[in-house]
Design a protein around this ligand. Structure first.
Ligand code: F6P
Length: 319
């Protein structure tokens, strides 16, 4: 019987995490449960940095960026001894189940706890949209809106100077952010690990753009090509001088969009309801506009790249 739950956020922060925490807390209180918040993800679980959350603890958090519980990356959580300390701390506070909000590392941490018999539920919170089994992760929409605002500004200055802007976006190994950005800002070139990189094609697209407009935009997913080197090649081999911009961590900040707030709110409710219905070792997902649950192991096995490939087909028609 679940009477007390804890919630944490882990891995890279994402706008909308606060909305998800609020939803978990408010749903749990509504169901008569006691709720604890864990500071800084699995690190706080290890250190025992756990505090009770009341209704007021999550007031005015819904629209705030970041995560008020804090977050961390803790590779050491793969160590069974570290997991045992975390389990001991959960026991000290009388916690019966844990809701963990984050990306695939967060999912693996929760899965490890569940293998010790501890009930867990995860919620996908990462700007990367790289969790298998869910159409959207919390934070993806806000990050895209932040990126598009920057891309539109870069277009203004590129256009004035007859330049090509190369924009490197986040996504770890997943091209979703890059492909969605490319469609939304009308880029000439989109380069990701999933869609590949063909220099001749890149140069051909830019030369084509130069025939009828004063600028070109190249969107590149991080960790794939050297954008400074690419800028030099474009400058040498096309009519446009190129400039490279790494958008960096600005993509992770900011107030969550309506879409992320609502997704986070729906997912938080589902997480608590599913735990109370006896589901454990599961994650919440958005599939075809419905909030569902599935085993964490199944989500981790599913491809997180299908959407990048589908959307790239659209990009290729429209560029
Ligand atoms: O997973 C979110 C993310 O922002 C990735 O897009 C990026 O590769 C990574 O985190 C950066 O991590 P950190 O903030 O630890 O440098």
């Amino acid at each position: 019987m679940i009477r007390t739950i804890a919630v944490l956020t882990s891995g890279g922060d994402a706008p909308g995490m606060n909305a998800a925490i609020r939803s978990v807390v408010r749903t749990a209180l509504h169901k008569g449960l006691k709720v604890y918040g864990v500071q800084d993800g699995y690190l706080g679980l290890f250190k025992g940095e756990i505090r009770e959350l009341k209704r007021g603890s999550v007031s005015e958090k819904l629209g705030q960026g970041g995560t008020f519980l804090g977050t961390a990356r803790l590779d050491e959580f793969a160590d069974i001894e570290v997991q045992k300390v975390a389990l001991r701390n959960l026991k000290i506070y009388g916690i019966d189940a844990l809701v963990a909000i984050g990306g695939d590392g967060t999912y693996r941490g929760a899965l490890a706890l569940s293998k010790h018999g501890f009930p867990v539920m995860t919620i996908p919170g990462t700007i990367d949209n790289d969790i298998g089994g869910t159409d959207y992760t919390i934070g993806f929409d806000t990050a895209l809106n932040t990126i598009i605002e920057a891309a539109d500004k870069l277009r203004d200055t590129s256009n004035s100077h007859r330049r090509c802007s190369i924009i490197e976006v986040m996504g770890r190994n997943c091209g979703d952010i890059a492909v969605w950005t490319s469609i939304a800002c009308g880029a000439e070139v989109c380069i990701t690990q999933q869609t590949g990189f063909d220099l001749d094609e890149v140069l051909a697209n830019i030369r084509e753009a130069a025939k009828h407009k004063r600028h070109a935009i190249v969107v590149v997913a991080e960790n794939y090509v050297d954008i400074e080197e690419l800028a030099q090649t474009i400058t040498k081999k096309t009519p446009f001088e190129a400039r490279a911009t790494v958008l960096g961590h600005v993509q992770r900040g900011g107030r969550p969009t309506v879409r992320d707030r609502v997704l986070a709110s729906e997912m938080g409710v589902k997480a608590v309801e599913a735990l109370l219905a006896g589901e454990t070792n599961h994650c919440v997902a958005s599939v075809n506009n419905k909030i569902v649950t599935m085993p964490i192991e199944d989500a981790l096995k599913k491809s997180e790249h299908a959407d990048a490939l589908n959307k790239y087909e659209i990009f290729k028609i429209l560029w």
